[in-house]
Design a protein around this ligand. Structure first.
Ligand code: NDP
Length: 331
C-alpha cells in the first residue's frame, strides 16, 4: 500500500476549508488510490468550529483518510506536510485600507512561512489561495528560503476554469471540449483571460476558439469582464463568496501539478517568474504551464499581440505595486 501523503489546509474551518477537506479525503486532489492524512489549521477563535469539522471527517468514514490533525498551533500543523494549501487569510472588510489588509496578511504569511521552513517535509509543494494570493505567495517564498521557489505557487485555476466555462456556454459545447485558455498575471480584477491560443473540439476536429466564436467584440470585452468579475457575481447571488468552485480549482491545481497535465493541454498557475514573456523576475505571476513528474514548466514561444501585451503589462504593474506595498509592511 502507498504511504499516506500529509496535506495541510490552513483556514480549514472557513468556507473554502469546509468544501475542500472532503474532496481531499475522497481522493479528488491526489487520486483514488492515494491515502492522505489531513492537517487542519485555524486560529483560536475558530478552534471549536475546527473541532466540529474534525468530527465530521471521522463520521464520514473516508476509506482514504488515514488521520486528521486539527490544531491552532502552526508549528504542529506544518509538521512533515508534503502539500500545503494556504486558505487562511485576513479578509477584506468594508472601509479597510489596502495597506492594512496587506499588513495583516504579510504577518500571517511570514509566520506560516517560517513554520513550513522548519517543519514541512522536504520538497513540500505549496499552493496559496488566500488573497492577495500572488503577493502572499511571494511573502511565503521570502520567508521559507529552503523551500525551492518552484514549489511555491498561487491559485488562478479558478479563473482559468471560469474562462473555460464561459466559452463552453457561449458555444454550447461541453467544457471538456475547450482547452488552452490562459489566465495571465494577478488573481485580481486586472487578470487577463486570453483565448488567443485556446481551441475547441468540433465534429471537424480542433479549431481555434476565436474562429469558432467568430465574435471578437464579445471575446475582447464582455468575456474578459465576465471572468474578471465572476467572483463578485457569485457573492451577489449567494451572499457568500465562491467556495465550492475555489475548492475544486485548488484540487485541480494540485492534481495536475503532481500527476501531470494531459498531453497537448496546459493550465494556468501563479508561479515565480523566470522573465518569460517579458514579465519581470521576482513576481509570482500566472502563466500557462504544463506539468510532468511533479514539476511545472511555463509554455514558451506563444505569440503575443499588442492587445494582450498591454493587458499582461498592466497586471504585472499591479503586482509590482503590491510587492512594494508588502515590503513596506515588513518592518
Ligand atoms: P474563505 O474560506 O471564503 O476564503 C479564504 C481565503 O481565500 C480568503 O482570503 C479569500 O479571499 C480567498 N479566496 C481566493 N480565491 C477565492 C475565491 N475564488 N472565492 C472565494 N475566496 C477566495 O474565507 P472564510 O472567512 O470562510 O475562512 C477563512 C478562514 O481563515 C477562517 O476559518 C479564519 O478563522 C481563518 N483565518 C486565519 C488567519 C490566520 O491564519 N492567521 C487569519 C484570519 C482568518 P477574499 O478575502 O478576497 O475573499
Amino acid at each position: 500500500a502507498k504511504n499516506p501523503v500529509r496535506v495541510l489546509v490552513t483556514g480549514a474551518a472557513g468556507q473554502i476549508g469546509y468544501a475542500i477537506v472532503p474532496m481531499i479525503a475522497r481522493g479528488v486532489m491526489l487520486g483514488p488510490h492515494q491515502p492522505v492524512i489531513l492537517h487542519m489549521l485555524d486560529i483560536e477563535p475558530a478552534a471549536e468550529a475546527l473541532n466540529g469539522v474534525r468530527m465530521e471527517l471521522i463520521d464520514a468514514a473516508f476509506p482514504l483518510l488515514k488521520g486528521v490533525v486539527a490544531t491552532t498551533d502552526v508549528e504542529e500543523a506544518c509538521k512533515d506536510v508534503n502539500i500545503a494549501v494556504m486558505v487562511g487569510g485576513f479578509p477584506r472588510k468594508e472601509g479597510m485600507e489596502r495597506k492594512d489588509v496587506m499588513s495583516k496578511n504579510v504577518s500571517i504569511y511570514k509566520a506560516q512561512a517560517s513554520a513550513l521552513e522548519k517543519h514541512a517535509a522536504p520538497n513540500c509543494k505549496v499552493l496559496v489561495v488566500a488573497n492577495p494570493a500572488n503577493t502572499n505567495a511571494l511573502i511565503l517564498k521570502e520567508f521559507s528560503p529552503s523551500i525551492p521557489e518552484k514549489n511555491i505557487t498561487c491559485l488562478t485555476r479558478l479563473d482559468h476554469n471560469r474562462a473555460l466555462g464561459q466559452i463552453s456556454g457561449r458555444l454550447n459545447v461541453h467544457v471538456s471540449d475547450v482547452k488552452n485558455v490562459i489566465i495571465w498575471g494577478n488573481h485580481s480584477s486586472t487578470q487577463y483571460p486570453d483565448v488567443n491560443h485556446a481551441t475547441v473540439t468540433t465534429s471537424s476536429g480542433e479549431k481555434p476558439v476565436r474562429e469558432v466564436v467568430a465574435d471578437d467584440q464579445w471575446l475582447n470585452s464582455e468575456f474578459i469582464t465576465t471572468v474578471q468579475q465572476r467572483g463578485a457575481a457569485i457573492i451577489k447571488a449567494r451572499k457568500l463568496s465562491s467556495a465550492l468552485s475555489a475548492a475544486s480549482a485548488a484540487c485541480d491545481h494540485i492534481r495536475d501539478w503532481v500527476l501531470g497535465t494531459p498531453k497537448g493541454s496546459w493550465v494556468s498557475m501563479g508561479v515565480y517568474s523566470d522573465g518569460s514573456y517579458g514579465i519581470p523576475e521576482g513576481l509570482i505571476y500566472s502563466f500557462p504551464v504544463t506539468c510532468e513528474k511533479g514539476e511545472w514548466s511555463i509554455v514558451k514561444g506563444l505569440k503575443i499581440d499588442e492587445f494582450s501585451r498591454a493587458k499582461m503589462d498592466a497586471t504585472a504593474k499591479e503586482l509590482i505595486e503590491e510587492k512594494s506595498l508588502a515590503k513596506s509592511c515588513l518592518n
